[in-house]
Ligand binder design. Sequence first.
Ligand SMILES: Nc1ncnc2c1ncn2[C@@H]1O[C@H](COP(=O)(O)OP(=O)(O)O)[C@@H](O)[C@H]1O
Ligand SMILES: N[C@@H](CC(=O)OP(=O)(O)O)C(=O)O
Length: 409
Amino acid sequence: MQTPVVMKFGGSSVADFDRLRKVAGIVAARARQRPTVVVVSAMGKTTDGLVRDAQALCEPPAPRELDMLLTTGERTSMAFLSLALHGLGVSAISLTGSQCGVITNHQHGRARIVEVRPFRILDELAAGHVVVVGGFQGVSYKREVTTLGRGGSDTSAVALAAALGADCEIHSDVDGVYDADPRKVEGAARLDELGYEEMQALSRAGAKVLHAQAVELAAERGIAIYAQATFPQAGRKGQTVIRNNPAAPTGVRALHCDAEVVDVQLSWRHDPSRGQGGGQSRGRLARLVGGLGLRYLQVDERGARGLFSMTGRDDLGEVEARLRDFVADIEDGSASVELRRDLALVTLVGAGLEERPDTVELALTQLEAEGVALLGMRSDGQSLGLLVSREQGEVAAAALHAKMIAGRP
Ligand SMILES: Nc1ncnc2c1ncn2[C@@H]1O[C@H](COP(=O)(O)OP(=O)(O)O)[C@@H](O)[C@H]1O
Ligand SMILES: N[C@@H](CC(=O)OP(=O)(O)O)C(=O)O
């Protein structure tokens, strides 16, 4: 069989029937040349609506039921796209993540793919069908339906491409990855190429254009990702290729401002050497904070602290409830939980930033010049996160972009 292609279309590309039919036309043209697998997201803002509906019935919604509900968004769009293809005379079949053998762990709401068994897809391709797959979903070893976290259809696409030895194209409403969100930062420029690690740092910082787990998987399996526009504007047919790129320029390559960040702090003054249940509580604390998926997690003898982004997750209610239950269980009242919600995190992305004092100095000077108060700083190998108030996030991002990326000599 010829090398297949996996084409992923995000929610904005299939937001209504008009766009869905156009996507069907694009897929039909491609399927005449190569075996084609299409991964679709839910139409438009369907997933947001389903989350709101669930929360109206019960807050926080049970993660298992929420997963069951959210996967219906992708089921709808995959069946519609398959029907639109039939309308064009193309033989197509839609399959759920479970039918495609996307096996995940059982972490509802942000499951990780552990294995793909693509036998059904291979059979359908061999039979000459276009296979339309519902993205963002899988099935756990316990046979529960799971979702991969918001934006997770990108991960479905990369995982299937890896399992099929296919090329992976991510089609969305932008023509690639920019050095800042082009809808928010004036003067943002498209990057032709980006290495896995930098892209992963940008995704983790909250840039919706690609899902972090997708990039991680692509790096692990050596899959190149071609990020491009579904409907390119006339004369603007560009793309960004994400792949291993050791010769990439150094320094700050991109930034992202996540304006929906919550600082989660669990204080813990219990002395485990005293009190009977100390050791057990400490073990519970470790399991609890480890499972919350906070960014920049820090744990010490006085407690735990990390950042939660409401841009990428809907389960703050669940996280808060688990923390409060834990605190309530500590009978001597020595534990407490505090959430600070009015924060933005501006993340600068580039190789080895934390080892470059000049970057830190320039960033801080720039923030000061703009009158932005720095509330905290976090760093890891590929990123430098600057915590500011929510209302100053955009000003900070614009200033840092102008000085440290666009204005760089
Ligand atoms: N650095 C970036 N480069 C490109 N787009 C970005 C970036 N950061 C954030 N975005 C946003 O990501 C959006 C595309 O992702 P998404 O909304 O998930 O698309 P889709 O609906 O196709 O899945 C763009 O509209 C853009 O506003
Ligand atoms: N529908 C899901 C999954 C997804 O990947 O969406 P999109 O490709 O539109 O970001 C979501 O809204 O999170």
